[in-house]
Design a protein around this ligand. Structure first.
Ligand code: SAM
Length: 251
């Protein structure tokens, strides 16, 4: 059944009115109409099955049929911290890591980050990423979309994790002894993880040293040099596989 986000679901209400972009998507893009069933979610975990009663200029009116349980969230809250990269791969990164169940995406710019976001374009870009995360949540049947934060500088990123109890990993192609596999197999699963992925030009040695000082463990993903977006997908999938819920939980 198709899934849509609404602002609010009144737990005692029998009907829900949907307007704006979601209503247009329902009726104009998907050509849904009276009698069609769908799932409405409020982005905070509430979700209901509903059937369209009427659709018009003022929006779509739906009758609530039953309350649905929210899908389980991953046992690990992953914050993926990617350097800003070109817009297409960045969009893809946000979509895919959202589907894979990251909790938060915290973009940053470090010294070798080529893509810079001028203040005038920042809000629009972040809104665009949030929309991608929302659509990915619908696709993946997540209870809540991944939170996408405003980009910060590298120092601020490291500082932000100062007081938070979390595992901290920094993907570094220059790391010669410690790989992600050893860390994931050799450490008990963390409940919170910050995973930092560098820009196309990589990190400077000074940045790696600063990250170490802030408690980040540099790890390698092997001898091949991956594009930043590939590295982001790889670490998200591998962490979800070892420590998270990339499984049915039956074995
Ligand atoms: N400029 C670097 C070079 O040519 O050696 C490559 C940077 S890579 C394209 C972009 C980012 O992906 C890196 O900063 C790192 O965070 C991550 N990455 C790519 N391959 C990796 C690997 N084998 N191990 C760990 N991290 C990797």
């Amino acid at each position: 059944m198709r899934r849509f986000f609404v602002e609010r679901i009144d737990p005692t209400g029998d009907t829900v009115r949907v307007s704006g972009a979601e209503a247009r998507h329902m009726t104009r893009v998907l050509r849904m109409g009276p009698g069609d069933r769908l799932v409405l979610m409020d982005g905070d975990g509430a979700r209901v099955q509903a059937v369209i009663r009427s659709a018009g200029k003022d929006g779509v009116v739906l009758a609530v049929e039953r309350t649905l349980e929210a899908p389980h969230a991953s046992p690990i809250a992953i914050t993926l911290c990617p350097s800003l990269i070109k817009s297409r791969p960045m969009d893809m990164l946000i979509q895919k890591v959202s589907e894979l169940g990251v909790d938060r995406i915290q973009p940053f710019a470090s010294s070798r980050t080529v893509v810079r976001l001028p203040e005038t374009r920042k809000d629009g870009r972040v809104r665009h990423w949030r929309e991608i995360a929302r659509n990915a949540a619908k696709q993946a049947d997540r209870a809540t979309p991944a939170r996408v934060d405003d980009p910060v500088g590298f120092e601020e990123l490291l500082k932000g994790w100062g007081q938070i109890e979390a595992a901290r990993l920094l993907l570094w192609e220059g790391e010669e002894t410690r790989d992600l596999k050893a860390v994931l197999k050799g450490t008990p699963p963390a409940k919170t993880l910050a995973a930092v992925v560098g820009p196309e030009g990589g990190f400077t040695r000074e940045e790696v040293a600063a990250a170490r000082k802030a408690g980040f463990v540099p790890v390698s993903l092997g001898r091949r040099i991956l594009r930043a977006e590939t590295a982001a997908l790889a670490i998200t999938a591998l962490v979800q596989y070892e420590w998270g819920d990339l499984s049915l939980g039956t074995s």
